[in-house]
Design a protein around this ligand. Structure first.
Ligand code: GTQ
Ligand code: FE2
Length: 348
């Protein structure tokens, strides 16, 4: 004799309609599991080749205008595994600006940075401090700082922009404000941030350690390159060889609270061991060539290429040459994971 036994699954389904009336629910039999044993990112490992990007940049440079209202002409690096953005937290884009153009003033709560890929002659003003950008410079635009760019040189200029748009969106904390004037007024004394904090070893009396972004506007390439070459005389790190982080000289923390930035030099012949960590990374090849393995993909890269690494994916990097250096600039969201106690790292 068949008994009419209601399974737990049936009971859950039977309740769903009533619960929904009160904006509530119980787990349903076909819900995906609440937790996975370890991160299971939908983000995919990606490689963008310099030659392809340059062709696309020439196209958007010719076809797209730069109009008033705070818009930018950018080529966004997208990830096929994500609804938008390059990684779960940030967007990497390449900005293209022609001589005579102005990317006019605005501010947003998303934190931004620039890393100059090619050209010079464009100045950026960040909260009144003006800086003429050069190749491989890192320039910070902390959250809610006014910024605008004007190309005063004679050849198109391109740089990498990274903004933590997906992070700020996920927190529903997006604010944006445009400016009445295309450009900001420049401070009477130029290079304010450099005069105050640029030495990296001294600071204005009274500027105690505080949470927040670095007060240094520009991390200029000659100084960064000198630092990495000095550190290269020391023993290599098994995974990344010589690996230096851009720091906030006041706190000793990362340059920006939500976006990590680092430079690594793979010495000639270096072959790194594989490891994995939480947090996502975008790499830009500053110099040389090499091979990176990410999960089941192998990427052979050269100067000007980009790579994207998903969270918790085993990866390793090797220099392809026995004679020449390879240098990678990277952007990551590791400061966010560390601040929240979610950073983990493991040899793979
Ligand atoms: O240069 O201010 O790639 O506001 C995206 C948004 C660059 C910028 C981007 C921006 C900017
Ligand atoms: Fe902006």
């Amino acid at each position: 004799m068949a008994m009419n036994v209601m399974t737990d699954a049936d009971a859950r389904t039977a309740l769903s309609e009533e619960l929904a009336k009160y904006n509530s629910r119980v787990a349903q039999p076909d819900d995906p599991p609440l937790f996975t044993r370890e991160p299971n990112s939908t983000m995919q490992a990606c490689h963008w080749r310099s030659a392809d990007l340059m062709t696309l940049l020439d196209k958007i440079g010719a076809a797209l205008k730069l109009e008033r209202g705070g818009t930018r002409r950018t080529l966004r690096l997208t990830n096929p595994g994500l609804p938008y953005g390059t990684t779960p937290t940030f967007w990497a884009s390449i900005q293209y600006i022609r001589p005579g153009e102005i990317a006019d003033a605005h501010r947003h709560t998303a934190t931004a940075l620039r890393f100059v890929m090619q050209g010079d002659g464009t100045d950026t003003i960040v909260d009144g401090d003006q800086y003429f950008m050069n190749e491989n410079d890192l320039v910070l635009t902390p959250s809610w700082t006014w910024h605008d760019h004007e190309h005063k040189g004679d050849k198109p200029m391109i740089w990498l922009d990274v903004l933590d748009i997906s992070l700020v969106r996920s927190l529903h904390a997006t604010f944006f404000e445009g400016s009445e004037t295309p450009r900001q007024q420049v401070n009477e004394v130029p290079d304010r941030s450099y005069r105050q904090f640029g030495s990296g070893i001294m600071r204005p009396m009274g500027s105690d350690a505080h949470q927040g972004p670095s007060p240094v506007l520009a991390y200029t390439w000659p100084r960064v390159e000198d630092a990495i070459m000095q550190a290269s005389a020391l023993e290599p790190n098994d995974f990344d060889d010589t690996f230096l982080e851009y720091q906030n000289p006041v706190t000793g923390g990362p340059a920006l609270p939500t976006i990590g930035t680092a430079i690594q030099r793979l010495r000639p012949g270096f072959k790194g061991k594989p490891h994995k960590h939480t947090g996502s990374v975008v790499y830009y090849v500053v110099r040389g060539s090499g091979r990176s393995v990410m999960g089941d993909k192998t990427f052979d890269w050269a100067r000007g290429d980009f790579l994207a690494l998903p969270p918790w994916m085993a990866h390793s990097h090797a220099n392809a040459s026995d004679k020449d250096d390879a240098i990678l600039f990277q952007v990551n969201d590791i400061p966010v994971l560390k601040a929240l106690g979610l950073y983990r790292e493991e040899a793979a």
